[in-house]
Design a protein around this ligand. Structure first.
Ligand code: PEP
Length: 250
């Protein structure tokens, strides 16, 4: 059985009071639900991680990024070791906003994956094509390249700990969710690419999340697809009721 996951990427939203309020609301709504076996993760700004970990009832906490480096003179960076020491258990690596606004390359991201695993953080590795890449028929090639260059240096033990999120760039924050057939097709392709390198068992046990305008209305349909194991949620994770409804969409 693959792990089902719903992860809320809060991006650069909420001040201290707002963040605490939202986290407490999600926490208490989840306490009163009988959600099936779903790993719920909240990924806020770094500065909230420690507080959230200490307040959490059954929510795992993660970061949205980490440094490639262990420590040293890298002003403004946050290392995977620091994130782990704050109590987080996950980290997003390679979100499309990091790839495009901060020029993060597959090769740089492979180092972040190593830093995460070395510090016992589970990386959620994001892949996704732009609309141009899809329209020109290059989307499968792009996804394969992102996976190969970002993850395929890992050995079996390391790969086993990694989560993949398919997030078509054209669907993020746009309201243009991928159709279930577009999402399912790419998730099945990702599993095929993984199988070629690590074998069928690994491909079948790896959690692959969908992200891109997933919300309380469309989550059920997306999560019903055979190769979709949950979602990485942006906008809708900032509303407690919507987020919890997504968690209950399996
Ligand atoms: C994201 O940024 O990871 C994301 C999926 O955003 P949204 O749900 O807002 O499209």
């Amino acid at each position: 059985m693959r792990k089902k996951i719903v992860a809320g990427n809060w991006k650069m939203n909420k001040d201290c009071d707002e963040a605490l309020l939202l986290f407490k609301e999600i926490n208490s709504l989840l306490q009163n639900t009988t959600a099936k076996q779903v790993e719920v993760i909240v990924l806020p700004s770094f500065i909230f991680i420690r507080d959230f970990v200490s307040l959490s009832f059954k929510i795992a906490v993660g970061a949205q990024n980490c440094s490639t480096e262990d420590a040293g003179a890298y002003t403004g960076e946050v290392s995977a070791a620091m994130i782990r020491s704050a109590g987080a258990s996950y980290v997003i690596v390679g979100h499309s906003e990091r790839r495009s606004y901060f020029s993060e390359t597959n090769s740089m991201l492979s180092k972040k994956i190593n830093a995460a695993l070395k510090n016992n953080l589970i990386p959620i590795y994001c892949v996704g094509e732009t609309l141009n890449q899809r329209n020109s028929g290059n989307h499968f090639k792009i996804i394969e390249q992102q996976i190969t260059e970002g993850l395929f240096h890992l050995n079996n033990e390391q790969f086993k700990k990694t989560v993949i999120a398919y997030e078509p760039v054209w669907a993020i924050g746009t309201g243009n969710t991928a159709t279930t057939s577009q999402a399912q097709e790419m998730h099945a392709f990702i599993r095929k690419v993984v199988a070629q390198k690590y074998g069928n068992d690994m491909a079948n046990s790896c959690s692959v999340l969908y992200g891109g305008s997933c919300n309380a209305q469309n989550a059920k349909e997306l999560f019903a697809c055979p190769d979709i194991d949950g979602g990485l949620i942006g906008g809708a994770s900032l509303k407690a009721k919507d987020f919890v409804q997504i968690v209950q969409s399996f």
